[in-house]
Design a protein around this ligand. Structure first.
Ligand code: FES
Length: 108
């Protein structure tokens, strides 16, 4: 397997129901991770990028949280309908999806 150009991290952290911070796992992030991987396979992009599940990435209230390296681009509230744009535009063309970008003040 060649060294991938991109690494997509998807938060799959799950907290107990009713936890005040909530979690990306409650928002079906495991399914998102699986479908991002399937999307890479369908597009023949597996050599270009890999997808890895992560524990809490930090900005829980913005989940499902996704970060793509080496660009360091953070995406918020990522759902199934965003997969095509992330894979075709960001991974395929190297153009981040601005409408999904997490604001820098998410870290304040
Ligand atoms: S639970 Fe996903 S960023 Fe914290």
């Amino acid at each position: 397997m060649p060294k991938p150009q991109y690494h997509i991290f998807v938060c799959t952290n799950t907290r107990p129901p009713g936890h005040p911070k909530g979690s990306c796992g409650e928002k079906s992030s495991e399914e998102l991770l699986m479908n991002l991987t399937m999307g890479l396979i369908e597009r023949n992009l597996m050599g270009k990028a890999v997808v890895t599940g992560a524990t809490c990435l930090g900005p829980c209230d913005r989940g499902t949280s996704v970060v793509i390296y080496p660009d360091g681009v953070w995406y918020q509230q990522v759902g199934e309908t965003d997969i095509a744009d992330i894979l075709d535009q960001h991974i395929g063309k190297g153009e981040p999806v601005d409408r999904l970008r997490m604001p820098d003040d998410s870290w304040d």
